[in-house]
Design a protein around this ligand. Structure first.
Ligand SMILES: Nc1ncnc2c1ncn2[C@@H]1O[C@H](COP(=O)(O)OP(=O)(O)OP(=O)(O)O)[C@@H](O)[C@H]1O
Ligand SMILES: [Mg+2]
Length: 322
């Protein structure tokens, strides 16, 4: 109930803001219009992959999902948001010359820094081993948001690999996307830390929906056990909705692929983990498509695109009714 109210308030606030913006032509923007526009997929779907505990498989889940979507012909952007400890480039066998940090220092644009990965995936790499860059200040965060907002590229889906835990950087990226996927393993420390992460996001930022993927499991039953444990406490103590997105089995072929700096989905398409990544990608796309309208969680990245398309939809509606 509280959650519904929160969502409604967020939607109303956003609509009020959009209406103000559209006031140039004094075009009213209804929530129906906004939803119509969103469902036309002019704004990319955005998802952050995060975890409480480190080393649970965030990066591998992110890059393999990217490969799955790119193979289906979607235009994918992969953002390495683990600033300071980045390693998407390593996992994908890429050698980037520049990183997000060059954009933050004002020396380069996102277009100049972005590189092409397998299957045409666009990768926004970050630097590794640069401690002072691991946390952006407020000004840098706003600047990065503006850069992304101005980026003229028509991505279908944007996947953000965050660092572990609840640092200001992680919160920034997590609050900028449509869906937040938490990765956990059956390790009790990972489950406890996943709960702690959701608790902070809920208590401090009123984030009330998460998707869960359980990694390194023996089978689906083990994954469901982890899901049940977490969702029970999340619902009981936090009023959070936790959605089961799927599982990835513990798979030696995945480790082999990492050693060869390739994704398992490319090297061993019929490995158990590759098949699971395929299934996870499907589940998540279904969730993204179904939930965009329901959740009232506004897209933060590509706000400009969103506003433009809402204005166009409003203008079209106005001229058709004239
Ligand atoms: N499904 C799996 N099967 C086997 N090994 C796995 C699996 N998932 C992850 N691993 C192992 O865990 C390691 C860490 O994975 P990954 O780098 O994706 O974790 P991470 O959550 O991104 O870590 P960090 O918090 O440091 O960013 C991998 O290099 C691999 O050895
Ligand atoms: Mg990682």
């Amino acid at each position: 109930m509280t959650e519904d109210l929160d969502n409604q308030v967020a939607t109303l606030k956003e609509l009020a803001r959009l209406q103000k913006k559209a006031a140039a032509g004094v075009v009213p923007v209804s929530s129906e219009m906004l939803h119509d526009t969103l469902s036309q997929r002019k704004v990319p779907h955005t998802m952050a992959i995060t975890s409480g505990k480190g080393g649970v498989g965030k990066t591998l889940v992110t890059v393999n999902l990217a490969v799955q979507y790119a193979r289906k012909g979607l235009k994918v952007l992969l953002i390495d948001a683990d600033l300071g400890l980045a390693n998407i480039d390593v996992v994908l066998g890429l050698n980037p010359l520049y990183t997000i940090q060059d954009v933050l220092s004002g020396q380069m644009t996102l277009e100049q820094v972005a590189i092409q990965g397998p299957f045409g995936i666009t990768v926004l790499p970050a630097a590794s081993g640069v401690a002072e860059l691991s946390d952006m200040n407020e000004g840098q965060r706003t600047a990065l948001m503006d850069h992304i907002d101005q980026w003229n590229a028509d991505f279908d889906i944007v996947l953000v690999d965050t660092g572990a835990g609840i640092s200001p950087n992680v919160r920034f990226f997590v609050l900028a996307v449509e869906r937040i996927m938490v990765v956990a393993t059956p390790d009790p420390a990972s489950v406890t830390d996943a709960y702690a992460l959701m608790k902070v996001m809920f208590n401090n930022h009123r984030v009330s929906h998460f998707d869960l993927v359980v990694n390194q499991v023996k089978n689906s039953a083990e994954a469901k056990d982890v899901y049940r444990t977490l969702s029970r406490v999340a619902e009981k103590y936090l009023n959070i909705g936790l959605n089961y997105a799927g599982f990835i089995p513990d798979d030696l072929m995945l480790v082999q692929a990492v050693r060869q700096r390739k994704t398992v989905s490319e090297l061993y398409p019929s490995a158990p983990s590759s098949l699971a990544f395929g299934q996870l990608a499907e589940n998540l796309m279904r969730i993204l498509q179904q939930k965009r309208q329901d959740d009232g969680r506004m897209v933060f990245f590509w706000r400009r695109l969103l506003e433009e398309s809402v204005r166009k939809a409003a203008a079209a509606r106005l001229s058709s009714s004239a």
